[in-house]
Design a protein around this ligand. Structure first.
Ligand code: F6R
Length: 606
């Protein structure tokens, strides 16, 4: 959702701002704009356009001013449609102050009414424009001090925001602020950056500063000043970004999604490294595991599906009840939570507002919070008691793939850890599972080497109106994930069902030629027999069944063979063909693979 970039320094600002916006494109957006300072006291230079960044770049061909400081924005429309006028930056009535914003200003209606009464003229339908007018008045009241004005304005705002502002009277300064929405500082040499995501400036510097809740930052080429809303100067918490620019580039693959599918063996390995013999030191200091009598996993979308698989492992190995809940639903039913509850938010981005708000509810009610996250320094881990970072590296494609695989690994590690400290599993079992886990990267590699025929097979179903996914036990959440991926990428009706549930209604959907993908457990197991019967049931009614399994499943029309593993770990392997089906179907149907319509990578609104 909305990408934000600011640059001030020794070089021309246009290139790093545009490059930053390109690197943030993956977040999903529907308009883009930039503002550059021209000279002290002169009006700012602003261009903004609905649609993709290319539309904006076309307008720049007629020339841009030589400027060393500027801000850029990609907008995902919330208040007001995706038009040129609603695109950011928004300007004050003198055209000297520009503002970009990510998030939602909840009290914008009151603010707008008051500002219009004071004579401000609004041009857009956005919530953001109220803030620029408010900032303009506050700046005058603070004798031109933009940072002081920003502090005053933030105190008046309700909602979530990352804000960046520039004013032509201080052309080499950019002032930023954040509440419930990400903002990081990139520390350069004679140049500094602000962005909603480190990907925006990773090509220029790997030094970054975290900004906390309700903090205001004022950057110039050589100085960074962070304050709280009262104006107290705060210390810098600098960290080194552990991946480089090439990790956020396609590296020869046709799409980021394909690259990320192929990165899964390495991502799994990176998440496992150093953790197979216990998570102790990493997490134990802030969590009192002895006190826990219930685990609640909260997450959204794909991360929710990882949580559903996690329920099997944590409940069975850890000998403890596990609930898995959609984060967006959790706090509204006012669930019973206390210090005996371990809440596990799972989030790739660490910024998903639904998950963050659910987690805050749990914390306020005394729960211990142990998050699983892929993004260092993001809000969810910062507000957790402990965190298990998945080391998937940057995930750029909107549809999650390698993040899911590593979230599954995190679930297994937590299940084993709880089992170990609660004494519900033996050390022999842990050693056996460690071997199974260690073998996964090579097995995923094996699956990837054999998916080419599946791509061809997928294209046969390009005109189908629907595709169904079946599974039992951990195969059921896998089926849900397969259906979600297909919906996101192919814009096709897709649903996942527990195999046993079919006869209670969904089987009526089966028609001649309906494609059905079935997750089949290892041969000889009770669940494999049950699933084989479910395959027979749908085939008898005309379905074309693609089975994903480690054996030949005679009842299926096609079988995608995956290596054998422990039954609980099968989703790590069986999800790979599902990702390939969704990817191939998107291409066959002419869809944008990396940025599917209507979707955003990091969903920072509730
Ligand atoms: C699906 C997808 C989304 C995310 C969900 C949670 O491919 O990417 O369903 O899984 O929005 O996002 P995070 O994990 O960042 O909290």
């Amino acid at each position: 959702m909305c990408g934000i970039v600011g640059y001030t320094g020794k070089n021309s600002a246009l290139a790093p701002v545009l490059e930053g916006l390109r690197r943030l494109e993956y977040r999903g957006y529907d308009s883009a704009g930039i503002a550059l300072t021209v000279a002290v006291g002169q009006q700012l230079w602003v261009e903004k356009r609905a649609g993709k960044l290319g539309n904006l770049e076309e307008t720049l061909e007629d020339g841009t001013p030589d400027s060393h400081s500027g801000i850029g924005h990609t907008r995902w429309a919330t208040h007001g449609g995706p038009t040129d006028t609603n695109a950011h930056p928004h300007l004050d009535n003198e055209g000297k102050l520009a503002l970009i914003h990510n998030g939602i200003i909840e009290n914008y209606v009151e603010l707008r009414a008051e500002l219009e009464r004071r004579g401000h003229i609004f041009k857009s339908e956005t919530d953001t424009e109220s803030v620029v007018h408010l900032l303009s008045d506050a700046r005058k009241a603070h004798h031109g001090d933009l940072a002081a004005a920003m502090r005053e304005v933030c105190a008046e705002l309700r909602g979530s925001f990352t804000l960046l502002a520039i004013h032509s009277d201080q052309p080499d300064h950019i002032v930023g602020a954040r509440r419930n929405s990400p903002l990081v500082v990139g520390v350069g040499n004679g140049e500094n950056f602000l962005a909603s995501d480190v990907a925006a400036f990773i090509a220029h510097t790997k030094r970054a500063l975290e900004l906390g809740q309700d903090e205001v930052v004022d950057i110039s080429p050589t100085e960074i000043i962070i304050t709280d809303l009262q104006g107290n100067v705060l210390p810098h918490h600098e960290y080194e970004i552990s991946w480089d620019a090439s990790a956020a580039e396609r590296g020869g693959y046709a799409h980021f999604m394909l690259k990320e599918i192929y990165e899964q063996p390495k991502a799994i390995l990176d998440t496992l490294i150093g953790r197979l013999h216990g998570l102790g030191a990493e997490i134990s200091q802030n969590i009192d595991f002895g006190k826990i009598d219930k685990v609640v996993i909260i997450a959204c979308g794909t991360a929710f599906h990882a949580g559903l698989v996690g329920k099997y492992a944590i409940e069975q190995w850890g000998g403890i009840s596990v609930e898995v809940e959609y984060a967006s639903e959790y706090r509204y039913r006012e669930p019973r939570v206390d210090g005996h509850t371990l809440v596990i938010p799972i989030s790739q981005s660490g910024e998903t507002m639904d998950t963050l708000m659910a987690m805050r509810y749990a914390k306020e009610n005394g729960a211990q919070v142990f998050s699983v996250c892929n993004t260092n320094g993001s809000t969810i881990p910062r507000e957790s008691d402990a965190v298990l970072y998945t080391h998937a590296g940057p995930e750029i494609a909107v549809a999650s793939t390698k993040a899911f695989a590593t979230q599954l690994i995190a679930m297994y590690l937590i299940g084993l850890h709880l089992g170990q400290i609660r004494g519900t599993i033996t050390s022999e079992f842990i050693a056996e599972m460690a071997e199974h886990l260690e073998a996964l990267p090579a097995k995923v590699e094996q699956v990837l080497e054999t998916v080419e025929p599946l791509r061809e097979l997928t294209r046969q179903f390009k005109d189908s109106s629907s595709m169904l996914f079946l599974g039992r036990h951990v195969g059921y959440p896998t089926a849900l994930e397969g259906a979600l991926k297909l919906k996101e990428l192919a814009y096709m009706h897709a649903e996942g069902f527990p195999g046993g549930e079919l006869k209670h209604g969904p089987i009526a959907l089966i028609d001649q030629g309906t494609p059905v993908v079935a997750m089949i457990p290892a041969e000889g197991s009770l669940l494999a027999e049950k699933m084989a019967s479910n395959v027979q049931e749908v085939k008898a009614r005309g379905a074309v069944v693609i089975a994903i399994s480690d054996w030949h499943v005679p009842a299926a029309s096609h079988v995608v063979r995956i290596p054998s593993t422990h039954p609980f770990l099968q989703p790590v392997l069986s999800v790979v063909p599902l990702q390939v089906i969704a990817y191939e179907m998107a291409i066959a149907r002419g869809n944008d693979v990396d940025q599917p319509r209507n979707l955003a990578k990091s969903v920072t609104v509730e």
